[in-house]
Design a protein around this ligand. Structure first.
Ligand code: CP
Length: 317
């Protein structure tokens, strides 16, 4: 595997699950594979789970790990081509990428959407520059439009907890005080659309995701109908995608918060969220503190998804 930026980089959902179960059964089986190999993790944005789980995954594979927080101690990087560099950014990413690549064997990149320019974000300019100029296998640790390691962990979690062969999985928008990217819901939708699950998305009008991510999902604007009979409720906030509203907050309606009343409409659904989560904005304390909440196990599966991907990359070196 030379890159991992979306579900398309794994042959099939079945293959993804086989790789994951293999890692779960014996996480330390491939310690020799990563010996004397270095993973460089580059963060343009903050992280708790991705940082720790990916580092743990690499350590399980016997790798060395270097972590760079670009905005804390590194030179500010210019990312646009052709600019006169007379501002506050002393280094261009076009030199920085090959230099960083010379110190490692595999690169993980976290770079969120800026939410100012939809074309720049949806062209994945920064992630693609790493793929183009590093000459090394590159995986996304959440980019502008997708968070594939999270979605992979979400899939593993659903497979572990599902009580019926074809569960109803609901992705619901929920309110948040700040404008957030669409990467997590886009990616979750993309992965769910590769399964045989009944997949439903609900959100207020105006929060439609890009059609290529919605795919064959049913979009249900009636929130009660959306929750009815669900086996998994996956909550996430996102900002508007469409038209001139790109990156804007259109609603902070707390009627969309996941609470016990809505969960009572489900078929004893499990509650999921990628974390970090704003309690009593996205989800009530009652729901996230209940036995239906599987958010911590979901986060623990981030080690498994990262290890499965890095192992495939090591095998391709
Ligand atoms: N879910 C997730 O990616 O968490 P972090 O932002 O803390 O890495």
């Amino acid at each position: 595997m030379k890159q991992f930026t979306s579900v398309k980089d794994i042959a099939s959902i079945g293959k993804a699950l086989d790789l994951a179960w293999d890692v779960k059964i014996n996480p330390f089986a491939d310690q020799e594979l990563g010996k004397n190999k270095t993973l460089l993790m580059i963060f343009f944005n903050s992280s708790l789970r991705t940082r720790l789980s990916t580092q743990k995954a690499a350590m399980n594979l016997g790798m060395n790990v270097i972590v760079l927080d670009v905005n804390q101690g590194a030179w500010k990087l210019e990312t646009e081509k052709g600019v006169i560099m007379d501002g506050d950014k002393p280094e261009h990413i076009l030199e920085a990428i090959p230099v960083m690549a010379s110190y490692c064997d595999i690169i993980g990149v976290r770079s969120f959407a800026g939410l100012e320019n939809r074309e720049f974000d949806y062209n994945e300019v920064i992630l693609n520059q790493f793929i183009q100029y590093s000459g090394k296998p590159v995986f996304s640790m959440e980019a502008a439009t997708r968070h594939p390691l999270q979605s992979y962990a979400d899939l593993i979690t659903i497979e572990e907890y599902k009580r019926v062969q074809r569960p109803k999985v609901l992705l619901t928008w929920a309110p948040h005080p700040k404008a957030l990217p669409q990467a997590v819901p886009n990616s979750f939708a993309e992965w769910m659309n590769e399964t045989e699950y009944e997949f439903v998305i609900t959100h207020p009008e105006g929060y439609e995701l890009a059609p290529e991510f919605v795919g064959k999902a049913k979009v249900e604007y009636d929130i009660k109908k959306a929750y009815e009979g669900a086996h998994f409720v996956y909550a996430k906030n996102w900002s508007a995608f469409s038209g001139d509203n790109y990156g804007q907050i259109l609603s902070k309606d707390r009627a969309w918060m996941v609470d016990s009343e809505k969960m009572a409409l489900t078929d004893q659904a499990f509650f999921m969220h990628c974390l970090p989560v704003r309690r009593n904005m996205i989800v009530s304390d009652e729901v996230i503190d209940s036995s239906s909440s599987i958010v911590v196990h979901e986060a623990s599966n981030r080690v498994v998804s990262a290890q499965a991907v890095i192992r495939e990359m090591l095998r391709s070196l």
